[in-house]
Design a protein around this ligand. Sequence first.
Ligand code: ADP
Ligand code: MG
Length: 247
Amino acid sequence: MGCFYGSGINDLLACMYDAAVRLGGVAAEWLTDNMSAIAAVGGDGRRARDLDRRVEKANFPYVKTLADFDWSFQPSIDRPVVEELASLGFLERRENVVLVGSPGVGKTHIAVALGVEAVRARKLTYFVDCQRLVGDLKRAAEKGALERRMRFYAHLSLLIVDEVGYLEVDKEGADLLFQLVSRRYERRSTIVTTNVGIGAWAKVFGDPVVASAIADRLCHHCTVLKITERSYRTKDLAPDRDAGSGA
Ligand code: ADP
Ligand code: MG
């Protein structure tokens, strides 16, 4: 009995149906009754694989959603505001989000969760930490390929830049970041996580003029979320051992 299994669930179902007809009426009847349900399961599988592929391309460091977030641990976070962001109106309005807080308080988790929602909504999304982004743009500039790389970052519906402020950015890096932020300004949304208040970015970027130009564009249409509780990573340690924990 020759069967062609190569091209997906519908071919497989047709093949099974032929076989069932040959084997007996009851099996054929059952398959006919359940064909669309089986095909739907196949469709769900395809959609899930497609989503997995898109999530992978978004380059998240881990995949977590707001359903995984313990709101009671971080009462300083305005839950309705975050849930409103998860409905992605900010993407339509081309607004930004800045998450400010010390290490471990859930900045990246929330940024990733919003990114996952964007990916689910088929928005082109990319996660990158600030040092990698700067390094990538610098390498592109050295190779004479800056415009191409800038275009990649500029055209994303949602760019998540993680960990601004953990390491200082030199003048060339700050200028490149400024170019990127300017190109995305009022056209595409950006989420930034930072462990230092925006007022202290002059030190991060080494140049108060570039720092304020970046902050100015980023914060013009922006939701700023400040998280002030202690680190979730060290939640099981005694409170006096929590102080001074690393990133
Ligand atoms: P940071 O603020 O340094 O970016 P993360 O968001 O990466 O910290 O959080 C560190 C770890 O703790 C991650 O695994 C994250 O999922 C988890 N986490 C942080 N806050 C919460 C929370 N309120 N509920 C559940 N998990 C959390
Ligand atoms: Mg983080």
